[in-house]
Write a protein that binds this ligand. Structure first.
Ligand code: ADP
Ligand code: MN
Length: 517
């Protein structure tokens, strides 16, 4: 008997894992030697997992049940009640699933339409795989198997008289009672036929099992609930779904409630954060999950943003399209982090997994904050929003060394009485070959929006451009202005060509960027 999960475990020691792992009767997982990059390991792992998922129809070939109710085997450590109970439970779950599968097969026969019994299975397919991700998350999540604090029973209640008083602390009585009480576990939790036997469970074992039963039930509910949102899920491919499942399964996210937005290049979901922590970071109570679409054609027209971004230049040529899409997600993460560090109101990054970026949710109770284009602000708030936007654009340029490059009332949210910037995957550094043109476009959007919105103080696009960049372009009409911008960009490009490095954008005292040679 070789349980799948354990055999597949090839994970570098991830620090102090849950206690049961080290006591595992099938031995400690083999330490793997990593000969390639983390990214490669992860995608290989993912491929394996996907295969496993497909194969899970064949999952437990398992369990030609041994003669007795107990496992016999010389090397199996049965000294611990807890371990024994877990092994029995695991054994039972697998047996139950095997039976279920037989019934499912019989039920469906050769019919083209089949009914899946998967929801009733005890062993969840994702429990049987173990990837690096999984272990990372599991280490921090609550583990029902982890040795409990000793349970103290309050001192009350006894049976018998005189010398024969037995209190509820009596091991035998208590053990039998615990065994009987197993029946009252979460509804539908299969406790096996232990009830019929004269088993005596210690309080510790009983409590551990009970806790396991409840957490199992909650998790099942979560998974089922997720399935019901499958319309949103259909928007994402199986690999993405698997990654999302894992986030929920690991306890990092509590539930993914639904889809907030489906764009050409990304799908955004709302989720409630779980209790698990990532690198000691507390997961925000509500999260937004931005899934960058892996359908490549939508991204073709965005090449220019990333291809010419100096930060990504070296990497671009070597990458396949799938990796380029991950780079969008990575870019958004880096840009958000820069903005966060500068104190610009924006989503806080929670975690990046491949092409999926989890961040804090701007909004409340599943309702995303409205875009500036959708919210009706009074003139006072409008003016406030304008000055704040001006400020943020300057901060973005000077402190973050970034140009948003898609700034408009569509990517500004109104929340908590202020403007929040989102959607920064395409943001670039000002020295990007088209950086200043992007900035000018941003300025035009912002200026037009606030001028139309009745903010008399709002600078026009050219004034705004100079105010943000610190440049002093004097052209008084748009055509000439853009010509000057392009000339600056060209000079900068030539400089890069000739000197092999970009010019520094700012001098230390915050003066205008130096584009001279
Ligand atoms: P796209 O590239 O598809 O425009 P965005 O990042 O702008 O991607 O996200 C699309 C929409 O999803 C936004 O307009 C906003 O309504 C919503 N959204 C994105 N991120 C968040 C967030 N962190 N909190 C709340 N809503 C968000
Ligand atoms: Mn957007």
């Amino acid at each position: 008997m070789e349980p799948l999960g354990m055999a597949a475990t090839a994970v570098p020691d991830a620090g102090p894992g849950p206690g049961w792992q080290s006591k595992c009767p099938w031995g400690a997982p083999k330490p793997a030697s990593i000969s390639c990059s983390l990214a490669e390991v992860m995608s290989e792992q993912l491929a394996k997992e996907l295969q496993l998922e497909e194969e899970n129809a064949a999952f437990p070939e398992v369990v030609a049940v041994a003669e007795g109710p107990f496992i016999t085997g010389e090397n199996i450590d049965t000294s611990s009640d807890l371990m024994l109970a877990q092994m029995l439970q695991m054994e039972f779950d697998r047996e139950y699933d095997a039976q279920l599968r037989r019934e499912e097969k019989k039920f469906n026969g050769d019919s083209k339409v089949s009914i899946s019994f998967e929801n009733y299975r005890k062993v969840h397919p994702f429990d049987s795989d173990s990837s690096e991700d999984e272990v990372d998350w599991q280490d921090t999540r609550h583990d029902p198997y982890r040795a409990d604090k000793p349970t103290t029973t309050p001192k009350k209640g006894f049976i018998g008289k005189g010398k024969d008083i037995t209190t509820k602390h009596d091991e035998v009585v208590c053990g039998r009672k615990n065994t009987a009480r197993m029946e009252n576990f979460a509804p539908g939790f299969q406790v096996g036929d232990g009830i019929g036997m004269d088993l005596k469970l210690s309080n510790q074992v009983f409590n551990a099992l009970k806790q396991h039963a409840y957490s199992e039930e909650r998790r099942s509910a979560r998974l089922h609930e997720k399935k019901e949102h499958s319309t949103a899920e259909k928007a994402v491919d199986p690999k993405t779904r698997l990654l999302l499942y894992k986030m929920v399964n690991s306890g990092m996210l509590e539930t993914i409630t639904g889809c907030i937005s489906t764009g050409k290049e990304s799908v955004v979901f709302h989720a409630y954060g779980g209790n698990a922590t990532e690198d000691d970071k507390v997961i925000p109570p509500e999260c937004a999950i931005k899934v960058f679409k892996t359908t490549l054609n939508e991204f073709k027209n965005r090449d220019k943003y990333i291809k010419d971004d100096y930060r990504f230049k070296d990497r671009f040529s070597k990458l396949n399209p799938r990796k380029i899409i991950r780079m969008w997600a990575e870019k958004e993460m880096h840009n958000l982090t820069r903005m966060q560090n500068a104190g610009i109101p924006c989503p806080q990054v929670v975690i990046l997994k491949k092409h999926i970026l989890v961040m804090s949710f701007i909004g409340q109770d599943q309702v995303p904050a409205p875009k500036l284009k959708d919210v009706k602000l009074n003139s006072e708030d409008m003016k406030k929003a304008y000055y704040q936007t001006l400020n943020m654009m300057q901060q973005l340029y000077k402190e973050c060394n970034l140009v948003h490059a898609d700034l408009s009332e569509y990517n500004m949210l109104w929340h908590d009485g202020k403007v929040w910037l989102i959607d920064v995957s395409q943001s670039v550094e000002p020295t990007h070959p088209h950086g200043l043109e992007f900035l000018f476009r941003d300025c035009r959007n912002v200026s037009q929006f606030f001028q139309k919105g009745g903010v008399a103080e709002a600078l026009n696009e050219r004034e705004l451009f100079n105010a943000v960049s610190g440049l002093n372009i004097t052209a008084d009409n748009e055509v000439d202005f853009i010509e000057e911008i392009e000339a600056l960009e060209k000079r900068n490009e030539d400089h890069v060509q000739n000197h092999g490095k970009k010019v520094s954008t700012f001098s230390s005292d915050g003066d205008p960027p130096i584009y001279d040679e």
